[in-house]
Every structure is written in structure tokens, then in C-alpha cells.
Ligand binder design. Structure first.
Ligand code: CA
Length: 222
């Protein structure tokens, strides 16, 4: 996931970049308003963290221009001005969430993940990883265009790995996400499930990273 951090306070920006990178995001930083407006409009990000008080062009104007231009990227607004009126203006300008300074990095990450989750729910219904397509509305997986017959759990495994976009997913994370609180399932169940799905998708599409977990790679193309 690529995130653009628009913040003119160098120290805060550095802390944000480090926190996001530590959490597995690819973080880019921009400190000047006009440059930020341009990058947000022409480059593709999964989310943008936007300070309101910026040199060159203020954050609210940038946000309004992005929305007018049809830029739908989720935006988390940061500001020192934490009163309710600014919050209302920010939301009306198209912010997805709002966080007054000072804040804890853990809260930025939690809010960022929340807006990403909400946007993922409305995103394009077909996810692509290499030659694998996951059609979320039909709950169907295709490999190189050919439909693959999967059970509901197998489908959820592929779909979950696809949403993690190249990141390793551990067995315990899969256990939580695929089976929830059902204690009848163990990490062995995950190994069996992954083995079955691997055979169905074809060689090299789910890699095992020793000590980390599984990655959906989409064959040689991914
Ligand atoms: Ca500022």
C-alpha cells in the first residue's frame, strides 16, 4: 500500500514515514502544498495523510481540488486546529477521517487502516495478482482466465492473501481471519488448506516465506 504524507513539519513527517514503513506501508513524503496537490492528482496512492497548514497551498484547498478532479483516494486530515468547525469543513471538503495534533502514531495507523478497509469494500470488484483474478462480487477466482473451483474457505484464503498485496501473511493471522473464534481449527488446518489451494491454483502462486508466512505471487508475473 502506497501512502503519501503531506506535512511541512520535518520532524513529524519523519516520524510518520518511519511509523508507516514499520507498519509495512510504502511511504512517500511531500512538504509543499502545490507539489502535494500535483502528486495527489497524477500519482496513484492508496491513501493520503494531509496536514491542513502548508506552505504554497493550504490542505483544504488541495483536498477540494482533488475531489473536484475526481481523485477518490482516501484522505486522513491532520491539523493543529482541532476545533469542531475545522472538522466539519474538512469532512465537507472530502476528508475520510480527521485527526487533531498532537496524536499517537498508533492512532494514525489505526485510522489509516480503517479508511483503507472502508475503501477496499467499495473498490473495483475484481482484484488482480499476476495472472490470478479474484472477482469479489461473484466470489470466483480465475487463473490465466480459467475459473478455479474453490470451496468458501479456499476462496477466502485467496481473497485474503490478495488483499495483502504481496505481504507475507502468517498462519496465525490466517487462522484469525478465515476461521475467527472457531477453536476446532489449528495451524495444521491452515497448512492443509494452503496445500489444497496451491494444487488448484498451480505451481508457484502461493509462496512460503520461512518464519513469516504465505504470499500470493500470481505465478512468474506477480
Ligand atoms: Ca503544518
Amino acid at each position: 500500500m502506497r501512502v503519501l504524507i503531506v506535512e511541512d513539519d520535518e520532524r513529524l513527517a519523519r516520524n510518520l514515514v518511519e511509523a508507516l514503513q514499520g507498519a509495512g506501508f510504502v511511504a512517500a513524503h511531500e512538504r509543499e502544498g502545490k507539489a502535494a496537490w500535483f502528486r495527489g492528482e497524477v500519482e496513484e496512492y492508496d491513501a493520503i495523510i494531509l496536514d491542513l497548514g502548508l506552505p504554497g497551498l493550504d490542505g483544504l484547498t488541495i483536498l477540494r481540488r482533488w475531489r473536484e478532479a475526481g481523485v477518490k483516494v482516501p484522505v486522513l486530515v491532520l491539523t493543529a486546529r482541532g476545533d469542531w468547525a475545522d472538522r466539519v469543513v474538512g469532512i465537507e471538503a472530502g476528508a475520510d477521517d480527521y485527526l487533531p495534533k498532537p496524536f499517537q502514531m498508533a492512532e494514525v495507523l489505526a485510522r489509516l487502516r480503517a479508511i483503507l478497509r472502508r475503501t477496499a469494500g467499495q473498490a473495483a470488484p475484481v482484484w488482480t495478482v499476476g495472472d490470478i483474478e479474484i472477482d469479489a462480487s461473484a466470489k470466483q477466482v480465475r487463473v490465466a482466465g480459467a475459473p478455479i473451483d474453490l470451496t468458501p474457505h479456499e476462496y477466502r484464503l485467496v481473497s485474503y492473501l490478495a488483499h495483502k498485496a504481496g505481504r507475507s501473511v502468517s498462519q496465525s493471522e490466517l487462522l484469525d481471519h478465515l476461521y475467527g473464534d472457531d477453536t476446532a481449527y489449528t495451524t495444521n488446518s491452515i497448512e492443509v488448506l494452503v496445500g489444497r489451494v496451491r494444487r488448484k491454483l498451480g505451481a508457484g502462486r502461493i509462496e512460503t516465506r520461512r518464519g513469516y508466512g504465505y504470499v500470493l505471487t500470481g505465478g512468474g508475473a506477480g
